[in-house]
Design a protein around this ligand. Structure first.
Ligand code: SF4
Length: 333
């Protein structure tokens, strides 16, 4: 295996596997998409799998490919079918109306709501009903080297996840070692958290996963210490929206595909970054503006001869963006 020892590489492979084969051991009957490094201010999950109602997911596409933030959601979800003065149409947001007006202008600029002026009043009308598209949110913590001490270190975070119950299920994904899972490991992790072993020795293939421990289904519809039920529903939708906009291939936005050492390598059915200069699977932190070995791709790569317009760096970005788009479309078929 050339990739997967670093947590970052493992995470990308885990995301690709989830995109391909989630849920483990079951038939897929939802549209599924995957994102990474998202959550709340207090807790960021490594991998997020969003299971969606296929029709609702297709209907969500009418609101564009970018995420709707909480202010835009307030407008879009409550926009009426007929032209209405916005203060009559929208519930009071709990903050000044001028922020709502600003959100209406942003929403109209993005084409996710219509607005017009009648006298000095702003009226709004929806472009389509905002669908009920999210079925379940699954949080996965990636820990390729999950020994007993790593499990102990993780357990407080995982207990927090179980208590807040923002996700329907919480899992830990670890690299398969071939050895049986130590009982101590199971003791150190909360009993409600599932454990998945992933074997990427053949790269990403659909049957790379084994369920070692099944998770509990968490109660996302009730109050928890951190959120009441309504807040929780709002947070869950915001997380799903951010996941929808981001996907998991957005690493190209922070890494340096414009470096001559940057390559994408195939690992089974995944493409993951590879640094040809250092001959390793680089992390996002290493592959940044501060990398001492960064070397810009030569200008001639950007002109003539290169099969993708703009040089390989730009081509890699286009490829990854194209795949993000392809996954959205595939899940709506
Ligand atoms: S040399 Fe540095 S910037 Fe270039 S691909 Fe490797 S890690 Fe990234």
């Amino acid at each position: 295996m050339t990739y997967g020892d670093a947590e970052f590489g493992f995470e990308l492979l885990a995301c690709r596997w989830a995109e391909l084969a989630w849920p483990p051991d079951e038939r897929r009957d939802s549209a599924v998409f995957v994102s990474r490094q998202l959550g709340t201010q207090k807790r960021r999950w490594d991998t997020i799998v969003v299971e969606c109602d296929p029709e609702g997911f297709a209907a969500r596409a009418q609101f564009g490919e970018d995420a709707l933030d909480s202010d835009l959601l307030h407008v879009v979800r409550n926009a009426p079918a007929e032209w209405t003065y916005y203060r009559d149409a929208l519930p009071h947001p709990g903050y000044p109306w001028r922020y709502v007006r600003e959100a209406i202008h942003r929403a109209a600029a993005r084409g996710v709501v219509e607005k017009r002026k009648q006298g000095n009043r702003i009226e709004i009308r929806r472009v389509a009903p905002y669908p009920d598209w999210v079925r379940r949110i699954v949080a996965i913590e990636n820990k390729p080297d999950l020994d007993a001490s790593a499990a102990r270190a993780l357990s407080a975070q995982l207990e927090h996840d179980v208590e807040t119950a923002l996700a329907d299920e919480v899992w830990v994904a670890t690299a398969a070692t071939g050895a049986s899972v130590e009982p101590a490991l199971l003791e150190d992790l909360p009993v409600d958290v599932g454990i998945l072993t992933l074997d990427f020795s053949r790269g990403v293939v659909a049957d790379a996963a084994d369920v070692v421990w099944h998770p509990s289904t968490l109660d996302v519809a009730s109050d928890s210490d951190a959120f009441d039920a309504d807040e929780k529903a709002d947070r869950r939708l915001e997380i799903a929206e951010r996941a929808y906009g981001k996907g998991w291939r957005s690493f190209h936005e922070t890494m340096r595909p414009d470096c001559r050492g940057f390559e994408l390598r195939r690992e089974g059915r995944a493409l993951v970054p590879w640094c040809a200069t250092k001959e390793c699977g680089q992390t996002a932190a290493q592959c940044s503006g501060s990398c001492a070995e960064f070397s810009p791709e030569p200008p001639q790569w950007r002109t003539g001869g290169w099969p993708i317009e703009g040089g390989p760096g730009k081509g890699i970005k286009q490829l990854l963006e194209g795949r993000r788009e392809w996954v959205r479309e595939r899940e709506t078929e």
